[in-house]
Design a protein around this ligand. Structure first.
Ligand code: ZN
Length: 417
């Protein structure tokens, strides 16, 4: 759904963001098409595109091909060089970082194995990576900030911070605030599934969707519900952490203290255990090698079980939330996710069955292994590029309240006269 502009005088910032948003979503769009989509006057749209061009957020390109009479048609697009953002993905034992431009492309990436139990050492590694990427960004524009994505659950609950799929010892993630002082950059952090979900909203397969469910298939299993392009995080920030939903009665013991949790069957950690390749540093490479060889009976048994759990999970998510689609991303290799999704067919009946075409019930992220880096990098620029409706609607309500008050005072004055 494309948002429509408003003609209230005080809504110029709102309209600017609506126009910027429509340019991002369409990729390349003419002024006339913007006018049609956002319902603002041609003059207002012209003023806004002139402003956005002047500050370098968008660029105008002359369209090749059929030249009509008069001016050649011009299309606007986001200026990829309008600045950069640094995304850092923190997983147990490993830090990945990337320099991302304003259209979501990773220009440079880095990865370092580190003992993440050691917070000091990990922070130093992160600061070092930020320094290197900053150098790479160099003179070519503004750095919007640093985003850090970490595995959840983040806020302390009795299933946080214990086990191989979370950052043991990181019970206080506000330690990341120190990066702000060390780098003098804005630093944002979020649960990895929420960051990656916002990444998909801004630059990925969900860019035309206002809502969907995002399943984060990494070392562990997480999830985020996106509503009106904002991540819904529940009472304490841990909503839809689906990894610890009981899936198998009396099943495998889980680090959270329960048994049969979904994540014990559907995660890279679970696969690494099944293949006996849990140890870093070459865990991920050995998983990919096993997938490519595809001759290990342990892999076959694991995939059959995992596909059963995925089929059940899709049914539960759909029946509870009725999302337009479920996007699967995360650090799991694409080869693995494609295999599990294929093996999970046909899906169970659910409230989406018969409504959504079978092929649209699950979409695969086209970022896959990079989804956390892009998601993290999106944190500093999300508000710039995507109007968040609940915030904007509050602003508009405030506008309306002010207008209402002015109206009352006007009426009172008229009464006195
Ligand atoms: Zn559990």
């Amino acid at each position: 759904m494309v948002s429509r502009g408003t003609t209230q005088q005080s809504s110029a910032p709102f309209n600017r963001r609506i126009v910027l948003d429509v340019i991002r979503r369409q990729g390349r769009i003419s002024r006339r098409e913007i006018v049609e989509l956002v319902s603002l006057s041609p003059q207002t749209v012209a003023n806004i595109t002139n402003d956005l061009e002047a500050i370098g957020l968008i660029v105008a390109r002359r369209l090749k091909g059929a030249k009509l009479r008069g001016q050649p048609p011009i299309a606007f697009e986001l200026n990829p060089n309008a600045g950069h953002s640094i995304g850092i993905s923190l997983e147990p034992g490993h830090v990945k970082a990337g320099l991302v431009n304003l259209v979501g492309e990773i220009l440079e990436r880095r990865g370092v194995d580190v003992d993440t139990h050691d917070q000091r050492r990990t922070l130093a590694v992160m600061a070092g990576l930020i320094g290197e990427l900053r150098k790479r960004a160099g003179k070519s524009g503004r750095l919007w900030g640093v985003g850090v994505a970490l595995p959840g659950p983040l806020i302390k609950t009795d299933i946080s911070f214990v086990g191989p799929t979370v950052l043991e010892g990181w019970s206080d993630v506000s330690v990341l605030d120190e990066l702000r002082d060390a780098t003098r950059l804005q630093v944002f952090y979020s649960v990895d599934s929420a960051a990656a979900a916002l990444g998909e909203t801004l630059f990925g397969v969900a860019r035309s969707l206002d809502g969907f469910f995002y399943m984060h298939f990494g070392l562990g299993l997480g999830g985020t519900l996106v509503i009106n392009r904002a991540a819904y995080r529940g009472a304490n920030g841990n909503a839809t952490e689906i990894g610890h939903i009981p899936a198998v009665p009396g099943g495998k013991a889980c680090y959270c203290g329960n048994t049969g949790c979904l994540e014990r069957y559907l995660s890279l950690q679970s696969l690494a255990e099944a293949l006996a390749v849990s140890e870093l540093p070459d865990r991920d490479a050995r998983i990919v090698a096993a997938l490519e060889r595809n001759d290990d009976p342990r892999l076959e048994v694991w995939c059959a079980q995992a596909a059963d759990r995925l089929r059940d999970a899709v049914c539960v998510i759909e029946n509870i939330l009725d999302p337009v689609t479920i996007v699967i991303g995360g650090s799991a290799p694409r080869l693995l996710v494609e295999r599990l999704v294929a093996q999970a067919q046909p899906l169970h009946h659910s409230v989406r069955g018969g409504v959504a075409a079978p092929a649209t019930r699950i979409l695969l992220s086209d970022r896959q292994e990079d989804s956390s880096i892009v998601g993290a990098a999106v944190l500093p620029i999300y508000d710039l590029l995507s109007p968040r409706f609940e915030v904007l609607q509050q602003e508009r309500r405030a506008d309306a309240d002010v207008a209402g008050l002015l109206g009352q005072r006007g009426a009172a004055r008229a009464g006195r006269l």
